[in-house]
Design a protein around this ligand. Structure first.
Ligand SMILES: Nc1nc2c(c(=O)[nH]1)N[C@H]1C(S)=C(S)[C@@H](COP(=O)(O)O)O[C@H]1N2
Ligand SMILES: [Mo]
Length: 189
């Protein structure tokens, strides 16, 4: 299936971010404060993990860093949202390793997946296999710096990126708040 055949219908594109209540708020709020729904200073790892874990900026910076190198952030439409020379962060799998997956039965991992959610509810999925068994996992990063500067409130603070994706903008989650590990029931016959 080609990327184009995967395109969602016009109007369903996740490009529009201002909700009606956000714009109403903008009218009454004279200060350019970043609303809580648009910025993250902490990521919580929850779900099927042994220890629910919270990582703030300091905790992320103490972990082994990964750099992306030059990167075009391209949306589903093909539009380049931005070009960055470098993002800095830590591997998503490193955070999961610290929280430790709680998967009771042998081979449960083969169907486990992780949902990564932004402060506005925007959610993307990674399978265990993508993260631990394909090159995608190497480039799936929780990021906190772009081009040598901390990700500002206007960029959502702590975020997520997946450099191995064809259209990087989609799993570039701004204001990453939560990583939840899930184990679906296997289908029954
Ligand atoms: N939290 C969050 N992240 C998101 C989105 C969103 O709606 N919410 N939209 C995605 C899409 S479709 C695009 S094109 C890019 C836009 O990137 P930008 O915010 O750097 O312009 O953010 C991606 N990450
Ligand atoms: Mo987009």
């Amino acid at each position: 299936m080609s990327l184009n055949s995967l395109r969602v219908p016009p109007g369903a594109l996740p490009d529009t971010r201002l909700t009606a209540s956000d714009s109403a708020l903008a009218l009454v709020s004279p200060l350019p404060l970043a609303p809580a729904s648009r910025v993250s200073r902490e990521v919580v790892v929850s779900g099927c993990v042994k220890r629910r874990h919270s990582f703030d900026l300091g905790a992320l910076m103490r972990l082994p860093t990964q750099l992306t190198g030059p990167l075009d952030v391209v949306c589903l439409s093909g539009r380049t949202v931005r070009s960055a020379s470098e993002y800095k962060g830590v591997r998503l799998s490193a955070l999961l390793d610290i929280a430790q997956l709680r998967l009771p039965h042998a081979r449960d991992f083969t169907r486990a997946f992780v949902l990564a959610q932004g402060a506005d509810g925007y959610t993307v999925m990674f399978s265990w296999h993508e993260l631990y068994n394909t090159p995608v996992g190497i480039g799936a990063l929780v990021i906190y710096e772009r081009d040598g500067r901390p990700l500002g409130d206007d960029e959502g603070g702590i975020g997520l990126i997946s450099t191995g994706d064809l259209r990087v903008a989609l799993r570039r989650v701004r204001a990453l708040k939560r990583l939840s590990v899930h184990l679906p029931d296997p289908p029954t016959r």
